[in-house]
Design a protein around this ligand. Structure first.
Ligand code: ZN
Length: 268
């Protein structure tokens, strides 16, 4: 979706924002390409499940690290978002090279905030309708932390040919009580999303929904838990990243697993 105003503060002084952060060019090879990017749209309209569509973006395969989207103003980009990038750099950078690392609370929070920034920015690519809510964006801007309505996992995936994977699915999920409380509410506006992306050897899975019940219900399966660590909300203590490296089949099935869970929950 194209925007004329900063998605965080409303300013018209827009800047093209690097999806992953410009500093990643110091860690990733220039030949690192964007793989076929799959966007899934789902949800319910008039109580019927909507057809799923999948678009492949960027057929030119430009380097992943130079992927930019125009949706953030210069002040946000160089101000609070610059702090998010700065905090993430020292930990995310080596992880994209696959370096084993001990993550404490601050590192988990730094990776989660950076992953939130990626998940938000990518929604403003031309093929997409945003599903991260304005309240979630405000909470992110205010605290420079992933919102408490996000769940984030990380794994290690060595994508063949130094390419990357990106899959996203969006959904509109409203409770009956919400619709009854506000007759003007448009129940087709998307408010729940999952996205999975690989940057170098770091694989990230982000789920967000304004519904705490959905956050509780949507869980990764034991097979995915064998290769992923949840970093947000952070559990107490430290963790060694990575667990065992993911296979191609892990990476692709995990990218769409939460979408299947969400559809199962909402279609019941
Ligand atoms: Zn701004």
């Amino acid at each position: 979706m194209y925007v004329k105003n900063c998605i965080y503060c409303g300013s018209t002084d827009l800047n093209a924002e690097h999806v992953f952060g410009d500093w990643l060019k110091n860690f990733l090879p220039r030949k690192n390409k964007k793989r076929a990017v799959a966007f899934f749209r789902g949800g319910k309209k008039d109580n019927k499940p909507q057809p799923t569509s999948m678009n492949v973006i960027n057929p030119r395969n430009s380097p992943l690290v130079s992927w930019k989207i125009r949706c953030v103003c210069k002040t946000c980009n160089s101000g609070w978002m610059g702090d998010v990038q700065e905090n993430a750099k020292l930990v995310v950078g080596p992880m994209t090279n696959g370096k084993s690392i001990l993550l404490d609370h601050a590192s988990k929070a730094a990776i989660a905030a950076w992953a939130t920034s990626v998940a938000v920015t990518v929604e403003y690519d031309r093929h997409h309708a945003p599903a991260i809510t304005p309240e979630q964006r405000s909470a992110f801007r205010e605290k420079k932390l992933a919102p408490d309505t996000f769940k984030i996992w990380i794994g290690k995936y060595d994508c063949p040919d130094d390419r990357s994977v990106f899959a996203k699915s969006t959904h509109s999920i409203y409770t009956e009580a919400e619709i009854l409380a506000d007759p003007n509410k448009d129940p087709t506006i998307q408010n729940t999303q999952t996205c999975a992306f690989g940057v170098g050897k770091l694989y990230v899975l982000v789920f967000s929904s304004p519904h705490h019940e959905m956050l509780d219900m949507v869980r990764i399966k034991p097979k995915a838990a064998a290769v992923l660590d949840q970093i947000w909300p952070p559990s107490p203590g430290t963790l060694w990243w990575p667990k065992r490296a993911m296979t191609d089949s892990d990476a692709y099935s995990i990218a769409t697993a939460l979408r299947r869970e969400i559809l199962k929950i909402t279609q019941n």
